[in-house]
Design a protein around this ligand. Structure first.
Ligand SMILES: Cc1cc2nc3c(=O)[nH]c(=O)nc-3n(C[C@H](O)[C@H](O)[C@H](O)COP(=O)(O)O)c2cc1C
Length: 333
């Protein structure tokens, strides 16, 4: 791997991760089965759904479940959210046995249930808090810490450079900027020029921490463009990976100068079934079939005439139901 090319290793603390094409944390999506699938499809690092430090400190079994590692995840990051450093000490005790490569702190979630506790993007209004949180983790466990944040609370209070500095003051080893304000939610368009500003800030202040970008990455070409235009060190796919885990390999192929090959219908069918099988192993058939509905529809997005198949997916309660729905696409299951 040529370290000068757009595709290169990522160093966090003392650990080198092969590659710089990551799967972003997504609540309700980046569970063990989906992360496992994305690793097989070329993701270089995966992030868990956000995990409540408060829930962990109370020993919540469901919360602990979110931290499980998939068998093929040599490296993975656990993302925590909390509104103050208080629950961290206990939470870290519970987290330590999972031995993630990275602990990420969520400073971007815009959901009121989260922000009203002072967590998620609320932390951006209180940069000293992120210094305290990062420092406490760094001083308690020997696991590198990363911070994922937005450009600010709203357009009038953009403070991502000061916030990045606060995270670096605490000892952060990697920064990810979702290039939107909290007020923007997920609306178009992400401001990629802020990624350039952040990278330049880090370089000009002598920080060698990798800077990753998130926001409006829906195709391999988007990722290539973001890397080329902004000078950042890596990308995190979020919505672009839902129903399209092929995006990781495609990005690597594009960065290696290869032409993109379309994904055949057969390949899509096979990946839906593989995803479902991974879900069944993790959740059991009944729960897996319910949870798979949102994923299954995404795989077929944009294909003509798939209305009846989607309707069958949203009623599916067994693997057999999924197979029958897929047979409508032709071929056997
Ligand atoms: C359904 C969903 C759940 C998300 N959950 C999280 C989360 O748990 N933690 C986090 O830091 N970001 C979360 N995000 C934000 C993404 O990681 C990403 O930063 C954002 O979607 C922007 O990238 P995109 O425009 O390419 O999708 C979530 C996004 C979506 C769509």
């Amino acid at each position: 791997m040529n370290e000068n090319s757009l595709y290169h290793n990522t160093t966090v603390g003392d650990t080198t991760i092969k590659g710089n094409i990551f799967l972003a944390p997504m609540a309700g999506f980046t569970d063990v089965p989906f992360r496992s699938l994305c690793i097989d499809e070329g993701a270089d690092l995966t992030f868990t759904e956000m995990v409540s430090a408060e829930g962990l400190s109370r020993d919540g079994e469901k919360t602990m479940d979110l931290m499980k590692r998939a068998q093929n995840e040599q490296h993975y990051a656990i993302q925590l959210f909390m509104g103050s450093p208080e629950p961290l000490e206990k939470a870290l005790e519970r987290l330590l046995p999972y031995n993630p490569t990275l602990i990420d702190i969520n400073c971007g979630c815009p959901v009121p249930k989260v922000t009203k506790t002072g967590a998620g993007s609320s932390i951006m209004r209180n940069p000293e808090m992120i210094t305290k949180m990062v420092r406490l983790i760094v001083e308690t466990v020997s696991i590198p810490v990363s911070v994922k944040f937005r450009t600010g609370w709203d357009a009038d209070s953009e403070n991502f450079l000061a916030f990045a500095q606060a995270a670096l003051d605490g000892g952060a080893s990697l920064l990810t900027l979702h290039a939107r304000t909290k007020a923007q939610g997920y609306a178009p368009f992400a401001h990629w020029e802020k990624l350039t500003e952040l990278k330049n800030y880090c370089v000009s202040h002598g920080y060698q921490v990798p800077v990753f970008g998130s926001g409006d990455l829906f195709t391999a070409s988007d990722a290539k463009k973001m890397l080329e235009q902004t000078g950042i060190d890596g990308v995190m796919f979020a919505r672009g990976a839902i129903g399209n885990p092929f995006i990781f390999v495609q990005t690597k192929e594009l960065l290696a100068g290869q032409d993109l090959k379309p994904i055949s219908l057969e390949r899509k069918k096979a990946i839906i079934l593989k995803h479902l099988d991974l879900m069944i192993i993790h959740y059991g058939e009944k729960s897996a079939c319910m949870q798979m509905r949102k994923h299954a529809c995404s795989y077929l997005k944009g294909l003509p005439g798939i209305g009846p198949i989607k309707q069958a997916f949203v009623k599916a309660t067994s693997k057999q139901d999924y197979c029958q729905a897929l047979e409508m696409l032709g071929g056997t299951c």
